[in-house]
Design a protein. Structure first.
Length: 336
């Protein structure tokens, strides 16, 4: 009997201790669950966007999202696309549309092989003046700008057999000068916040031969952040599929174009930029499209970071604050 009476307090203390342990476990679990909810909410909070910001000043159109900042200009230079990652603003990328020309296709592969294929006549060098700005067209949803569209347009008269250049075009069929209209249309969509499209519209091109190519030449360079022009080769320049990549930037080309609603084949090649041009050259070759209007739409952008590996300061602050709350909750529970 005495033995029974002496064990009762011990068992009571055991159950009280066990109850406290369960209570601590439950409270700690709730705190950890709260941290989990906060952790889940962090990416959602970070994903919220202020929309597309845009402005036009001194011949330069500027746009920015949370993932990319760009400037597009035709003022005192050929069409120039200048962009960078605002989350890591150390390197700027530059693509310039500098010239286009007719070329023969020596091995009939649809590609301009520099050094093998030959330019026919003089190249059309993109003008550095006379680009008209269209103003912005926007789409708004819930108070945020979700789409921005605008264009630069120029008209020029081109002589494919110029005199006084020191080049003899006497072996080519004569071709009178002709009028060209070139339009560069820019499209940015918030659903693709790290890139932008640019349509190239070429109207009025005249051909020397029916089986030749029209080649559009672009230069790709990079600079330190804040410089208005690229002056060095882009780091790690290479091609993967239809995408030219460099650092975390890219130039993606489409393998088809349109002319009077007919689909054209587009092929790409690249190499060191020739002559006085800097950086790398990208050549986009289009099969003969007669006297129709060419429409083409490449993409420029920055590569998306790997999810979960890079946290911005705001996200780090939220996670750290949640961790402190959990630690304080555990300490307070144990003191009770």
């Amino acid at each position: 009997m005495s033995l029974f009476c002496s064990t009762l307090p011990i068992n009571t203390k055991f159950w009280v201790y066990l109850g406290d342990s369960v209570n601590i476990y439950q409270k700690t679990s709730l705190a950890l669950f709260a941290l989990l909810l906060i952790g889940i909410g962090v990416p959602l909070a970070a994903a919220q966007s202020t929309g597309i910001l845009y402005q036009y000043s001194a011949g330069i159109a500027s746009l920015e999202t949370d993932d990319i900042a760009i400037k597009v200009t035709g003022n005192d230079q050929a069409p120039h696309f200048h962009w960078w990652d605002p989350n890591n603003p150390t390197v700027d990328y530059h693509v310039m549309f500098v010239r286009m020309f007719e070329a023969n296709d020596t091995d009939s592969n649809g590609i301009f092989d520099n050094g093998t294929d030959i330019m026919i006549g003089a190249p059309f060098v993109l003008p550095t003046t006379g680009w008209g700005f269209s103003d912005f067209e926007t789409v708004e949803e819930d108070g945020n700008i979700t789409e921005v569209h605008f264009n630069f347009t120029t008209e020029a008269t081109f002589d494919p057999r110029p005199e006084g250049t020191g080049v003899d075009y006497g072996n080519l069929p004569s071709l009178p000068e002709f009028d060209l209209e070139i339009e560069v249309r820019i499209h940015m969509y918030l659903e693709s916040p790290g890139e932008f499209k640019f349509d190239l519209i070429v109207d009025g091109w005249s051909w020397t031969y029916e089986d030749s190519l029209l080649v559009l030449m672009f230069t790709v360079t990079e600079s330190t952040h804040g410089q208005s022009h690229g002056d060095t080769d882009p780091s790690g320049f290479h091609r993967t599929g239809t995408k030219f990549q460099f650092e975390n930037g890219y130039f993606e080309y489409n393998e088809t174009a349109l002319a009077a609603n007919n689909t054209l084949q587009v092929r790409a090649s690249y190499g060191d930029a020739p002559g006085a041009y800097s950086g790398n050259a990208v050549y986009l070759s289009f099969e003969n499209f007669g006297n129709e209007t060419l429409e083409y739409d490449p993409i420029l952008g920055v590569l998306s970071p790997v999810p979960g590996l890079v946290l911005d300061p705001m996200t780090l602050g939220l996670v750290a604050g949640a961790a402190v709350i959990v630690i304080l909750a555990v300490v307070l529970v144990r003191r009770k």
